[in-house]
Ligand binder design. Structure first.
Ligand SMILES: *Cc1c(COP(=O)(O)O)cnc(C)c1O
Length: 233
């Protein structure tokens, strides 16, 4: 067993036990966040059984994808999206978690016309308004979701959020509850959603307890990233 495969087994066991204790009894999937990790680490995790990988930076992702074409990886884009990157993102990823405005959604849709499966998308919600610029405000979410739902080459699957980092457990839970409320509100309005993408290495157990269906885990699986500051910007 390699270090990565050991960590993978531990994380999967932790996810399993958290989902059994969750009041929602939901199925939870692991997205391995491989930003700043070399292709060899991704290959190692894949061989150990992990098939979904998340990347934040397009150029970095494209170069690793080129190394790994022999594997059946399901690639998820989870980083901020500039409009000049939408063409390649729509062509090279199965999922995008970070759609937060209609213009980007329309461009992704238009770039997906020649692929038969729609691009699976989550809308990124800004639940910690102070410091984050990314994400749609909760009060603008319904309008964006309605518009995205009309785009034929996108399939709206749910919501994603990145809570502001906090050591305060009740603050953390509060932020997850806020996204879950947005998610439930959309479902009550008739949207068919099955994905709540919340929870990272430090807080995924708590996220699962609040209803997460995808947890995005990087450092707990691959180890610390070297240039962490730059990569989180
Ligand atoms: C880097 C990143 C993660 C993973 O963070 P870890 O703390 O290393 O698990 C998850 N989601 C997004 C959007 C990220 O940028």
């Amino acid at each position: 067993m390699t270090i990565i495969s050991n960590r993978l087994q531990d994380i999967l066991a932790t996810i399993q036990s958290a989902q059994q204790k969750s009041p929602f009894q939901q199925q939870v999937k692991l997205l391995a966040v491989s930003k700043a990790q070399p292709s060899t680490a991704i290959r190692e995790a894949f061989v150990a059984g992990q098939t979904r990988f998340g990347e934040n930076y397009l150029q970095e992702a494209l170069s690793k994808q080129a190394d790994l074409t022999d594997l059946g990886i399901e690639w998820h884009f989870i980083g901020p999206i500039q409009s000049n990157k939408t063409q390649q993102i729509a062509q090279h990823f199965a999922w995008v978690h970070s759609v937060d405005r209609l213009k980007i959604a329309q461009r992704l849709n238009d770039a997906r016309t020649d692929i038969s499966t729609p691009l699976q998308v989550c809308l990124q919600v800004n639940i910690s308004s102070e410091d984050s610029k990314s994400g749609v405000a909760p009060d603008a979410l319904l309008e964006l979701a309605s518009a995205v739902n009309q785009l034929p080459h996108l399939k709206l699957r749910g919501l994603m959020a990145i809570p502001a980092p906090t050591q305060d457990l009740s603050q953390q839970i509060m932020q997850f509850k806020r996204v879950k409320n947005c998610f439930d509100t959309l479902i009550n309005k008739g949207f068919t959603l099955d994905t709540l993408s919340i929870g990272m290495s430090e807080d995924y157990i708590s996220a699962i307890n609040q209803g997460a269906t995808i947890v995005r885990i990087g450092s707990a699986l691959f180890g610390a990233r070297s240039n962490k500051q730059e990569l989180l910007s």
